[in-house]
Design a protein around this ligand. Structure first.
Ligand code: HXC
Length: 261
């Protein structure tokens, strides 16, 4: 994040469990939380993604550990939660960012292709919320789910992802209602097209990029830093009465109806 927009140490003493926290948007969110004073557990399938990200945070004066777990496996998630508590003593922030994605026309998508993305994005988010619930309840913590704007309209080649992310938004709203009584806030961020991500490089073909950019009213693609700032705000006490919100951070893009296909 690096720019000083927030008061130093605004989240001092908190502990976050961040899935997909090694790379991309959620990697940035993890780094920004660490800069704001949060001890972060970076969780995903691949240690070679996680370890460099954790090392960078630690070298920068933050506190991070790398924890290998596939969010599709409830037991692995429970173990990752236990490791985080062992290391940092508690969990009071959960960020669900682990996501699968590929471009595929609906008529060519196999049941396993559809199911794999739903398993990672939607069921993985549930598995993590479920495993962290006791900690969140004890510490009046919060959940931040990263979704998308794909499902607000129809997005070609993204049926599986749109369905999964729509489900994630449903989890956000339902858990906000059910767990609010425990003081747990549950919110989401729906990023629009973010330029400095692997997803954007891999999923948006060059010729489509310019058209997509023109469809953003603010005239530029988002940056990971834009999502980082929104995440730090939602996780901070400035947002203490914000619950069940999916904050769209897209420069107004989805409203223009410009899609991938
Ligand atoms: C069609 C595909 C496919 C492709 C995989 N599958 N890639 N089908 N086109 N390109 C199908 C496979 O054929 C198989 O079905 C099923 O999906 C499972 O594939 P596996 O490779 O066995 O699964 P796995 O290794 O567990 O994971 C697959 C994966 C994952 C989901 C594709 O590797 C992945 O997502 N990697 C990229 C992660 C990523 O980029 N995350 C950022 C997301 S960005 P069959 O029937 O053959 O068995 C994001 C933001 C959205 O989400 C905004 C976008 C603009």
């Amino acid at each position: 994040m690096s720019e000083t927009i927030f008061v130093d140490g605004i989240l001092n003493g908190r502990v976050a469990f961040v899935t997909g926290g090694g790379t991309g948007i959620t990697g940035g969110v993890a780094r920004a939380l660490a800069e704001a004073g949060v001890s972060v557990a970076l969780v995903s399938r691949k240690l070679d993604h996680l370890q460099p990200a954790a090392d960078a945070i630690n070298q920068n004066g933050g506190k991070a550990i790398a924890v290998v777990a596939d969010v599709r496996q409830p037991e692995a998630v429970e173990n990752a939660v236990a490791q985080t508590i062992e290391q940092f003593g508690k969990i009071d922030i959960v960020v669900n960012g682990a996501a699968g994605n590929f471009l595929c026309a609906a008529e060519e998508l196999s049941p396993n292709g559809f199911g794999t993305v739903v398993d990672i994005d939607l069921k993985g988010t549930f598995n993590v919320c479920r495993a962290a619930f006791a900690q969140l309840k004890e510490h009046r913590g919060q959940i931040l789910n990263i979704s998308a704007t794909l499902h607000y309209l129809g997005t070609p080649m993204q049926l599986h992802v749109s369905a999964a992310k729509a489900g994630v938004d449903a989890l956000t709203r339902n858990l906000a209602v059910e767990w609010g009584r425990y003081g747990i806030r549950v919110n989401g961020i729906a990023p629009g097209p973010i330029e400095d991500t692997e997803g954007m490089k891999r999923l948006v073909p060059e010729p489509v990029k310019e058209r997509l950019r023109k469809g953003v009213p603010l005239g530029r693609f988002g940056r990971i830093a834009d999502i980082e700032k929104a995440a730090v705000f939602i996780c901070s006490d400035a947002a203490s009465f914000i619950n069940g919100v999916v904050l769209v951070v897209d420069g107004g893009h989805w409203l223009t109806g410009t899609r991938l296909g």
